[in-house]
Design a protein around this ligand. Structure first.
Ligand code: TRP
Length: 453
């Protein structure tokens, strides 16, 4: 039987979808996805990515939803409740730990977007200057990026401290529609730029010669990251779903919105990038912070008002996306602290914000003072991102699938996904086949291939 639920819940269906989509749509879509597309050769990467979302992302998301909603508890407690005294609990612990780790470096990049928003409003991108040097000197500064990161963390903190309904749900309902509107405006603007044709060709014409095992692993890591999977973030949100929330439908909606936003971000960025001579799409993480300001400057030199508008809206988009995702990372740790340590929400949120920021200082300094400190050739920031998205997330996805596919009672899984038989789930067998065989096998294969290669 399902547990009696006496925690707070999201109050509406729209709130559920927008909060979960808010978690998924983030820097991963607007900053990381175009970067990965640029580095991994364009359209072929996108196709593999779509396949990963359908075959791996959707089943894992459904599994997370069912674990969260069934237990109505934070991730660690959820695994302990479903498998008392078993090792599965470690997945819950890893989830909360990695959410904390990701939040620490996510906040730093989000701080950059805040700084760039301020710069674009000041009109800095209308001046002719060396944007690469500006970016390097900004990120390597020991104080300024940190200040912006702290400010961003404060915004996240204030939302989380207000709670599930008047914090997370309310702000998601305001910010997500704004975000979607901005995307549409920017896509239209970008299509009007001279490089639109070349940009679209880059995004739509696949070159399979560039596809290697490592490209496939990157696509899968990107899918996990972008859909907020494998770390229990969505388990936590799902624990606030009501008993009539349709889990499968919600998972499909969230995956669709997230994928649309990622691809549309590509449609915003690449036409703009190809509109300017001597700018390459494979710039890496600097793509939206170095390449784009340069593009804004050249493309809109003669019509500064458009420059203001385009750049301001773009960084506002990044900021909104980052904020709704940071909220979910924060909530997943905060919910654990509240429920397991018995600390009131305000204090729990404060504890998480401050300790996460302390770790964030290390990530932040790894672009400057600590840039020579490397582990296996990676800076602290690179190491955190590598461990999270290339190792812990795929392994976490694997464990979640094995857990729901093999450990949990099949009848209980079916009942949870169909709301005790009141909604139909015709593809239940397909889902079960995917989580039992296909996803674990695919993740293991790609992993082994990468290790051997
Ligand atoms: N999905 C978010 C993005 O695209 C980031 C994110 C939020 C996340 N919560 C997560 C990533 C949980 C992994 C796990 O930017």
């Amino acid at each position: 039987m399902r547990e009696k639920n006496n925690r707070v819940n999201f109050t509406s269906k729209l709130g559920v979808v927008l909060a979960a989509a808010g978690s998924a749509v983030g820097l991963g879509n607007v900053w990381r996805f175009p970067t990965e597309v640029g580095n991994n050769g364009g359209a072929a990467f996108i196709l593999i990515y779509l396949l990963c979302v359908l075959a791996v992302g959707v089943p894992v998301m459904i599994s997370e939803f069912l674990i969260g909603r069934h237990t109505h508890a934070n991730t660690i407690t959820a695994f302990s409740k479903l498998a008392p005294g078993k090792w599965w609990r470690i997945e819950g612990v890893a989830g909360v730990f990695v959410a904390f780790l990701i939040l620490s470096y996510y906040t730093i990049i989000s701080g950059w977007t805040l700084y760039y928003l301020v710069q674009s409003l000041k009109g800095s991108f209308l001046e002719n200057k060396d944007y690469s040097a500006c970016f390097s000197s900004f990120v390597s500064d020991p104080y300024v990026p940190l200040l912006y990161a702290i400010f961003f963390m404060l915004m996240t903190h204030l939302v989380i401290a207000r709670g599930v309904q008047s914090g997370i749900e309310r702000f998601s309902k305001i910010m997500m529609p704004m975000l979607l509107l901005i995307i549409v405006i920017l896509v239209v603007c970008s299509f009007g730029m001279p490089g639109a044709g070349t940009g679209l060709r880059f995004l739509l014409k696949p070159d399979f010669s560039k596809v290697t095992a490592s490209v496939v692993l990157s696509a899968m890591g990107q899918a996990f990251f972008s859909l907020s999977l494998a770390m229990g973030c969505l388990c936590t949100y799902a624990s606030y779903f009501t008993s009539d929330t349709k889990l499968v439908k919600t998972a499909f909606s969230v995956c669709t919105i997230d994928t649309f936003v990622a691809i549309l971000s590509g449609f915003i960025i690449f036409p703009a990038v190809f509109s300017v001579p001597n700018v390459n799409p494979d710039e890496g993480p600097g793509l939206v912070f170095v390449t784009l300001p340069h593009v804004f400057n050249i493309a809109f030199h003669s019509v500064p008002i458009l420059g203001y508008l385009f750049s301001g809206l773009f960084y506002l988009l990044l900021l909104l996306a980052a904020l709704t995702s940071a909220m979910s990372l924060h909530e997943s740790v905060t919910a654990y602290v509240i429920e397991s340590w018995g600390v009131p929400r305000n204090r729990a949120a404060f504890l998480v914000s401050v300790s996460c920021m302390a770790l964030g200082v290390l990530c932040c300094l790894s672009f400057g003072v600590l840039s020579d400190f490397t582990v296996c050739g990676l800076t602290i920031f690179g190491l955190f991102d590598f461990c999270a998205s290339k190792i812990i997330m795929p392994v976490g996805g694997l464990i979640i699938c094995l857990f729901t596919g093999w450990y949990l009672d099949r009848k209980m899984v079916y009942n949870e996904l169909t709301n005790e038989g009141t909604v139909t789930f015709r593809l239940f067998r397909v889902y079960l086949f995917l989580v039992r065989y296909v996803v674990p096998f695919a993740i293991a294969l790609i992993f082994i291939n990468e290790l051997l290669g």
